[in-house]
Design a protein around this ligand. Structure first.
Ligand code: MLT
Length: 410
């Protein structure tokens, strides 16, 4: 008899986005006419084609693979050196941060890395997670047995939830208890909030004082428009000793379907073994990668590298301007409809209070049935998301404008 991983049985319902897709499918089957005018502003999936610089680089890489002289097999387990050099130069050195190329690990995306990282962290860490939150952080901890069962409001025993509400501008207060692993995501998915230098400094100070590790998800950093907001946790002095950073090419280069991102694992980041020794995590992470994977497809990495060329940067800028133009249209439409709105300024997500005391899922149904627009119910991101819904700005301009017009009818 083979046994399964019982921790999976603690997971509640399906993963949020497939669950939304299922409900939308049911609606479309029952309402074929309405289905024709359906606009999806639910999952944060890009809609615009890849930047031409990326396409050209990927084509070129495929051509290289097609002849013996330039063919390549397995690559470096941490990813192409030239890509890692570009990253350190552009994303870090240009901001005064010293990260070495061998502290960068290219992966198939930050979602995966947010789960994989648990391979090298111990079982007795106290995990702190913001609420609302990108569900991957919670579910991956449930899967490996870091939590008890879910209780009231879907919260799992053993996790410290850090409430994010309008009162704290959706940036959590420091916990009063000891927590060991802290997930932070800024610009935030789902609330669209950003954390100031002072707020992030508070977290770095907490982590250093408590020997905790911050897992910093910066997947949306390219959307920051306010020059005072840090793009990387490493802009905060001391963060190289207490933080891992996850980055993605999904939302800047439009790689949601291509899949590529990276993790920064500083060599100065330490954690304790059960016998009390303080050891660097870098060698464990390298061991994990070289054992379980062979990095990312060569053409994909060449495509990611092209993002860092002058042309690539300009094209990415245009993509971001496009999505943030949508965000402005949607934000104004929601405000015009008399609803309270947050986010959408330094992030492609608009976080809205539901009207007249509706629950998040009731609002989801209302938007679907009355406006034929798919949004994401805030409660899907955690108990503190109840009473909110998220609108994604990832769409064509035409669709964003049409959603704006429909919102006026709310
Ligand atoms: C979202 O809609 O929250 C994102 O698409 C999630 C992701 O990037 O995996």
């Amino acid at each position: 008899m083979a046994y399964l991983n019982d921790h999976y049985l603690k997971l509640q319902a399906g993963y949020l986005f497939p669950e939304i897709a299922r409900r939308v499918r049911e609606f479309c089957d029952a309402n074929p006419e309405a289905a024709k005018r359906l606009i999806r502003c639910g999952i944060g999936d890009v809609t615009e084609p890849l930047p031409p610089a990326v396409i050209a680089a990927m084509h070129h890489a495929v051509d290289e693979l097609s002849v013996r002289e330039t063919f390549r097999g397995y690559g470096h387990e941490q990813g192409l050196e030239s890509l890692r050099e570009r990253i350190t130069e552009h994303d870090y050195r240009a901001r005064g941060i010293e990260i070495a190329p061998d502290e960068i690990f290219i992966s198939e995306g930050s979602k995966s890395d947010c789960g994989y990282i648990l391979d090298i962290l111990g079982d007795r860490n106290r995990i702190a997670i913001t609420d609302p939150v990108y569900p991957v952080y919670v579910d991956t901890n449930v899967m490996v047995g870091h939590t008890g069962p879910a209780g009231e409001a879907g919260r799992y025993e053993g996790i410290t939830y850090l409430p994010c509400r309008p009162a704290n501008d959706f940036v959590p207060e420091l916990p009063s208890e000891q927590v060991d692993i802290i997930y932070l995501c800024f610009p935030n998915n789902p609330t669209g909030a950003v954390a100031s230098r002072e707020q992030l400094s508070g977290w770095v100070e907490y982590a250093r004082e408590h020997e905790s590790i911050i897992l910093f998800d910066a997947a949306y950093e390219a959307y920051i428009s306010d020059p005072a907001i840090p793009h990387s946790i490493y802009e905060i002095p001391g963060a190289l000793e207490c933080a891992v950073e996850f980055r993605s090419f999904s939302k800047n280069g439009g790689f949601t379907g291509v899949r590529c991102g990276f993790t920064v694992m500083p060599k100065t980041l330490m954690a304790r073994a059960s016998d009390g020794r303080k050891l660097p995590l870098h060698s464990l992470w390298h061991r994990r990668w070289s054992t379980k994977a062979n990095s990312v497809s060569y053409p994909v990495q060449r495509g990611a590298e092209a993002i860092y060329t002058d042309a690539g940067q300009e094209q990415v800028r245009q993509l971001i301007d496009h999505y943030m133009g949508n965000a402005r249209i949607l934000r104004e439409a929601v405000e015009g409809a008399g609803l309270k709105v947050y986010g959408g300024v330094n992030a492609p997500y608009i976080w809205v209070e539901t009207p007249s005391g509706l629950t998040s899922w009731q609002m989801f149904d209302r938007m679907l049935n009355e406006l034929n627009v798919v949004i994401t119910p805030g409660s899907g991101f955690g108990a503190c998301g109840e009473g909110f819904f998220r609108i994604s700005a990832f769409n064509s301009r035409e669709n964003a404008e049409e959603v704006g017009r429909r919102l006026a009818k709310l």
